[in-house]
Design a protein around this ligand. Structure first.
Ligand code: ATP
Ligand code: MG
Length: 287
C-alpha cells in the first residue's frame, strides 16, 4: 500500500500573467510504514506537492492514488481514501480557526463522527503528544499562542485524526532545539509503535539523514532524486545543484578522505560515521 502520484502537474494562476508551473510531471511513491523525507530549495514545490496527497489541491493533469484508490473522484471510496492522509500545513495560521484550542483540535474527530468521549480522548492525546498542557491551554484562543505553540496546536489537530499517512510540512520550524527534538522523537515513537507512515518536509539534511528511510529531492517542480538516503547523498553534485547542503557528517567524512584517511565516505549517520572513522584510524595505525 502507498500514496502514488502519477504524472502530476500543477499551475498556479493559470492563464494570467502570473502563471507559474509549480509541479511539472511529478511521479513518486510514498510507501506505507516508512518515513519519507521531501527536500528541495525554497519554491521547489514541496508544499504544493503534499497538498495533492489528500486532494487539497487538484492536479491539472495526472492521478493520485491512496492505497490504490484514485482520490480525484466523488466516490465514497475516494473520500475514505483522502481521510487516510493528514496534512499539517507549513503555516499553522492557515489551519487554526476555532474559538478555543480544544475546539480546534476536536474539529476533525467531530467531522469523522466520533462520539463525544472519543473526541475528548483524542483532544487530550493530541495535546499531550505535542506537549501543550491540556488544563492550561484547552480553553485558550489559538490566536493567543506564540508561533511555536500555534505550530504544535496545528499538528495536534492533525494527530487527532489518527491518520494512516501523517504528512508534516516543516513541523519543527520556529521551535527551540529542545522542542524540536522532543517533537521529532514523538513522531518516531508514533511511527515505531503504531506503524504510522510519515512524510516529512525538511530543509534540515541532518534530520533527514537521521530519520528517513526514503528521500525525495525536488528541484523546480520536478523530482530530481528519489531513493534511500545512502543513494541520494551519494549524488553530491545533484544535491548541490538543487541548492541543498549535504548532511554535516558527510562533509566531515569527505574532508577526512581528502586529508588522506582511507575510509568509506558513504555513511550519513553519526554512529556509522564514527565507527568508520575509528576503523580507518586503526587501519592506518593512528589509534
Ligand atoms: N498561492 C500561490 N499562488 C501563486 N504562486 C504560488 C502560490 N503558492 C506557491 N506558489 C509558487 O509556486 C512555487 C512552489 O511553491 P511551494 O510553496 O510549493 O514551494 P516550497 O518548496 O514549499 O517552498 P518553501 O521551502 O519556501 O516552503 C513557488 O514558486 C511559489 O512562488
Ligand atoms: Mg513550503
Amino acid at each position: 500500500m502507498s500514496i502514488q502520484l502519477k504524472n502530476i502537474s500543477y499551475t498556479y494562476m493559470a492563464k494570467t500573467p502570473y502563471e507559474h508551473l509549480a509541479l511539472d510531471d511529478v511521479s513518486l511513491t510514498i510507501p506505507e510504514g516508512k518515513i519519507t523525507a521531501i527536500a528541495g530549495h525554497t519554491g521547489s514545490g514541496k508544499s504544493t506537492l503534499i497538498q495533492h496527497f489528500n486532494g487539497l489541491l487538484k492536479p491539472d493533469s495526472g492521478t493520485v492514488l491512496v492505497d490504490d484508490v484514485d482520490i480525484g473522484t466523488k466516490s465514497t471510496a475516494a473520500k475514505q481514501a483522502r481521510r487516510k492522509v493528514g496534512v499539517a500545513f507549513q503555516y499553522p495560521e492557515y489551519q487554526l480557526f476555532e474559538e478555543t484550542i480544544a475546539l480546534d483540535i476536536a474539529f476533525g474527530p467531530k467531522n469523522m463522527g466520533c462520539t463525544p468521549e472519543e473526541i475528548q480522548d483524542r483532544v487530550k492525546y493530541a495535546m499531550e503528544f505535542v506537549n501543550l498542557d491540556y488544563d492550561k491551554y484547552a480553553e485558550r484562543s489559538p490566536f493567543q499562542l506564540s508561533g511555536g505553540q500555534k505550530r504544535r496546536a496545528a499538528i495536534a489537530g492533525i494527530l487527532a485524526l489518527k491518520p494512516k499517512y501523517l504528512v508534516l510540512d516543516e513541523p519543527t520550524a520556529g521551535l527551540d532545539p529542545s522542542g524540536r527534538q522532543y517533537l521529532m522523537e514523538r513522531f518516531m515513537r508514533l511511527h515505531r509503535e503504531e506503524g504510522t507512515t510519515i512524510v516529512l518536509i525538511s530543509h534540515n539534511m541532518d534530520n533527514i539523514a537521521s530519520y528517513a528511510d526514503n528521500v525525495v529531492i525536488l528541484s523546480k517542480g520536478k523530482v530530481l532524486l528519489q531513493d534511500t538516503p545512502e543513494e541520494v547523498f551519494r549524488n553530491e553534485e545533484a544535491i548541490k545543484a538543487a541548492g541543498l547542503d549535504l548532511p554535516e557528517i558527510k562533509v566531515i567524512l569527505n574532508e577526512l578522505v581528502s586529508a588522506g584517511l582511507d575510509i568509506d565516505n558513504r555513511s550519513y549517520t553519526m554512529n556509522k560515521a564514527v565507527a568508520e572513522i575509528l576503523e580507518g584510524l586503526r587501519r592506518q595505525g593512528r589509534c
